[in-house]
Design a protein. Structure first.
Length: 298
């Protein structure tokens, strides 16, 4: 098990390296415009302290699910393949069947764009009294919340959930108090437990289907150089509809460890931290012959 805290701008002044625990889940965004002003510093503190990292988006629901998902990915994209993603679903106005449908759309958008299956956070009342069958069938994990009223909890004192889950067979995480106290911080903290080890945590952050080789990928190490006047998008999957990690311009170099012909393009893949990959189309290929090449090195 991993002991974690989750933080936002409310924890201004907290250096996460000064408190105990195995990891930190940092609020990244909310709605379609808000960005946690402490996002960069809280992420850096977490990684520099050797703790595991997660990122979450607070659902407002006033805009389309895809709009909120895009806003989140604008700031989370650099960590694709490295950390798990979460949807914080607790806005009272979203307590409805349409709210569930909205959440499913958000989760599906992030999944389709990145290959990462986000987890969804909610309290036990939301889990018990809304129909989450579509989300469970979508294989999205649950981070359940239930507080011990206002009684302070000193240190990571894990307890059992009071009550039962109705839709998920089990939760991947449990937030058991919002009034936790840890040495090194004089105010309340949310305390969480993840029912797995670091390997399991990292697996939640790896794009599905890209962590292992398939028959279509051919192992070869090399360096590709973007051609003169060219700019190519590094993506989260070998498809031109997948999410853009970065745009590489003329003269940029990218190391790769395999190539594949997929969807009319010759793709190379770049190994990223914690087992993830970035994918770059190097030119058009019809499966028999190369039709164009946008650089050199493959």
């Amino acid at each position: 098990m991993l002991n974690l805290i989750d933080v936002s701008s409310h924890q201004k002044g907290l250096n996460v390296s000064n408190v105990s625990g195995d990891g930190v889940i940092v609020k990244a965004t909310e709605g379609v415009s808000y960005v946690n002003p402490l996002l960069t510093s809280q992420v850096a503190q977490t990684l520099n302290s050797g703790k595991v990292l997660g990122l979450y988006h607070y659902a407002k629901g006033k805009n389309g699910a895809s709009q909120e998902a895009k806003h989140f990915l604008n700031y989370a994209v650099k960590y694709i393949g490295e950390v798990p993603f979460f949807l914080d679903f607790e806005e009272p106005s979203m307590f409805s069947a349409s709210g569930v449908a909205w959440a499913k759309q958000w989760l599906d958008y992030v999944d389709k764009s990145t290959g990462i299956k986000p987890m969804i956070y909610m309290n036990l009342n939301f889990e018990n009294n809304l129909n989450w069958d579509s989300v469970v069938l979508g294989n999205y994990g649950l981070w359940i919340a239930q507080y011990n009223k206002s009684k302070h909890v000193s240190g990571f004192t894990i307890r059992n959930l009071s009550g039962n889950l109705r839709h998920w067979p089990a939760s991947a995480m449990f937030q058991y108090t919002n009034v936790g106290r840890l040495n090194g911080w004089g105010a309340n903290l949310d305390l969480d437990v993840f029912y797995g080890d670091r390997k399991a945590w990292n697996a939640y952050g790896c794009p599905q289907g890209t962590h292992k080789d398939s028959n279509e990928w051919h192992r070869i190490n090399g360096v590709f150089v973007i051609g003169h006047g060219q700019s190519i998008n590094l993506r989260t999957a070998p498809a031109v509809t997948s999410y853009i990690i970065a745009t590489l311009r003329s003269g940029a170099k990218i190391s790769y460890d395999a190539w594949s012909i997929t969807g009319g393009y010759l793709w190379i893949r770049q190994h990223r931290k914690n087992g993830g990959y970035g994918y770059l189309a190097t030119g058009k290929h019809d499966g028999r012959k190369r039709e164009s090449l946008w650089g050199s090195g493959i």
